[in-house]
Every structure is written in structure tokens, then in C-alpha cells.
Design a protein around this ligand. Structure first.
Ligand code: SF4
Length: 270
């Protein structure tokens, strides 16, 4: 990422690395001050995580970690140490991957923190975006969102009911289940557009196990999963092996504010 002070830097393979960028294919994206840097980073991080072929562990794991942390910060669930974890993860990709994609994925992370650190810190400290109003308006409400069917799987009836009220107020269709077994049955029958899963439920087939079962089911494996949990993100990350962790498409901590829930779901459905 470059800022106005770099306008005179020549577009060349030799010059751009000196200011923390690279020429790549020569494509240029121009963004102004009304655009949330974290939202831009989510799209970039998703691209690299998707394109990683998985051959090198630093790239396979690192691109997923960076995507998850940027999403976490953008959704208002960030913690102070997340910025340093992002920097450490990005640096771990430098010089350790087989092809340039792995290293290239670290550049937007490092340069965005270098030039727009205050936006990261604002998201973390105030749980909202510096340009949130403009930013939220900029997200198109797709026809998919207007008719999206969302399955909420949680053994806490209060959470299910509150979530139902929030989602129905934005015209989502909501169906629910109280454990993973019932959730799988409902998912196969109703084919939801998105599943909200509580990580830990009292049944044997809790949210984590249900997410794995969904990955094994050819009819369910492409449905995006939003995990919700009461445990801290750092504990959560430590609980799950990364190869299983990557099947989760979004993560938010309870208690979940209506704004966070809706913005996260909206982004996952776009
Ligand atoms: S660095 Fe290249 S080869 Fe290694 S996992 Fe990433 S895309 Fe594959």
C-alpha cells in the first residue's frame, strides 16, 4: 500500500520494493479516505488465502491466520496484541515460501499497518470503524442478502431468540436447531445460505463437530459458517488445529452486538 507521499515513485520492479510494495501484474487500485482500510484488507487477505496452493506451511497457515485476524479486528472483536500477531505472521512469510505468492501476501499487511495503524487501533479500542457510516453505506445490499436463509445452531435458547430478532429485523429468514445433530438435519432439509454455530454445546455433536461434519458432506461443505463463542479469541485459536480451523468462514465473540452480527453476516454473504 502506498500513500500520497509516494506519488512520484516510478512504477518499476526495482523502485516499488524500496517503499514496501511490488509491481506484480502492474494493476493499481486507488482508494480514498472514505474507505475502511480493514475492509480493503479483508478482500486482499481472502484473495491470498484462497490462492495459496498449500504446499508451504508458512503460506498455507499464515494467509489463513492473517485473514482471520483482519476479519476479527474489522468486526470489532480485535485485541491489542492482534496487530503484533499480524506483523509477526507477515514477517514469518518472508523468505520462507517456495513461490512469491506467500511473501506477497505479507506486503499489504505490513504496509497497511505502517501507513494506517491508527485505523487498526481505532477498530480495536472503540470497536468501530473510523469511517463506519460511509463505509457501511458503501456495502451493497445484494439480492442474496434480502432473501438469505440463516440457520442458528445453539443450545442457548436466549441467544437463538435474540439472534432471530436481530436477523429478522433485517429481513433474513431464520431457522434454528438446539444441537449439532438437529442442526445437520435442518441444514440438509432447508439448505440455508449461512450457518451460525456455537462452538461449544452440551451435546456430543457441538458446533465444532458439526462444522467438520458439514465439510464432509458434499451438500453442506460450501455453506459459510459463522462461529460464535463466549471464550476469548486467543483461547479459541489455541484450541483448534489450524487444518480444522480454516473451515470456519467467520468468527465473533459473545455477547454479539446487532451491528457486529449484521455487518459480519452481510460481508460473508456478498
Ligand atoms: S508460497 Fe506458493 S507454493 Fe507455497 S503454498 Fe503459497 S502459493 Fe503454494
Amino acid at each position: 500500500m502506498l500513500t500520497p507521499e509516494h506519488l512520484d515513485v516510478p512504477m518499476a520492479f526495482e523502485t516499488l520494493p524500496k517503499v514496501g510494495s511490488m509491481l506484480g501484474t502492474g494493476a493499481v487500485i486507488v482508494i480514498d479516505e472514505t474507505v475502511c482500510i480493514l475492509k480493503v484488507l479483508i478482500h486482499i487477505a481472502e484473495f491470498f488465502a484462497h490462492e495459496s496452493c498449500g504446499r508451504c506451511a508458512p503460506c498455507r497457515i499464515g494467509t489463513r491466520i492473517m485473514k482471520e485476524i483482519v476479519e476479527k479486528i474489522e468486526s470489532g472483536n480485535g485485541e491489542k496484541e492482534d496487530i503484533e500477531i499480524l506483523i509477526d505472521t507477515a514477517n514469518a512469510l518472508r523468505g520462507t515460501t517456495f513461490c512469491p505468492l506467500g511473501e506477497a501476501s505479507s506486503n499489504p499487511i505490513i504496509s497497511s499497518i505502517t501507513h494506517f495503524r491508527e485505523e487498526y487501533e481505532y477498530h480495536i479500542n472503540k470497536n468501530q470503524c473510523m469511517v463506519s457510516e460511509i463505509c457501511e453505506e458503501a456495502i451493497p445490499v445484494s439480492s442474496q442478502e434480502a432473501s438469505a436463509k440463516i440457520l442458528v445452531v445453539d443450545d442457548d435458547p436466549d441467544f437463538v431468540e435474540i439472534t432471530r430478532l436481530i436477523l429478522e429485523s433485517s429481513n433474513y429468514e431464520v431457522i434454528s436447531a438446539s444441537d449439532g445433530s438437529e442442526g445437520l438435519d435442518v441444514a440438509r432439509r432447508e439448505k440455508p445460505d449461512l450457518v451460525i454455530l456455537d462452538v461449544m454445546m452440551s451435546s456430543i455433536l457441538d458446533g465444532l463437530n458439526m462444522s467438520w461434519k458439514m465439510q464432509e458432506d458434499k451438500y453442506l461443505k460450501d455453506i459459510p459458517i459463522l462461529m460464535v463463542t463466549s471464550i476469548a479469541h486467543t483461547d479459541y485459536a489455541a484450541l483448534f488445529p489450524m487444518d480444522q480451523y480454516i473451515h470456519i468462514d467467520g468468527f465473533i465473540s459473545k455477547p454479539v452486538s446487532p451491528d457486529k452480527l449484521l455487518s459480519t453476516i452481510r460481508r460473508m454473504l456478498i
